[in-house]
Design a protein around this ligand. Structure first.
Ligand SMILES: [Zn+2]
Length: 112
């Protein structure tokens, strides 16, 4: 039996789910193979390590905070006021927009 076959059946070996003949073959292999012996020792330790890990405590109010954030109405992310930092009247907005339109039309006019 090769190492790869042993490692594939290691979980079933540990759980005692293998036929007696397969189990004996694996036991013989493990007695002679350090790599598979280490794999078996590690595989037996993993459940103990996992169960010994502490479960992190979640603060009591975190669920309420998350639900509150989800249910909040979304804020408008972009506006020209946000961009310019000032409030523009329609007249001032026009004064800003006209030079931009002229500049764009100049640029397009050159490319044609
Ligand atoms: Zn081996």
């Amino acid at each position: 039996m090769c190492c790869e076959m042993v490692k594939d059946m290691l979980e079933k070996f540990i759980e005692g789910e293998l036929e007696e003949s397969l189990r004996e073959d694996i036991e013989k292999h493990i007695l002679e193979c350090n790599s598979c012996k280490n794999e078996l020792l590690l595989a037996r330790k993993v459940p103990c390590l996992v169960s010994s890990m502490m479960t992190p405590k979640v603060p009591n109010d975190i669920i309420n905070n998350v639900l509150e954030q989800i249910n909040k109405p979304s804020k408008r992310i972009f506006s020209y006021k946000h961009l310019l930092g000032v409030s523009l009247s329609k007249k001032n907005l026009f004064a800003v927009a006209i030079p931009i339109v002229i500049a764009i039309s100049h640029t397009l006019g050159r490319s044609f």
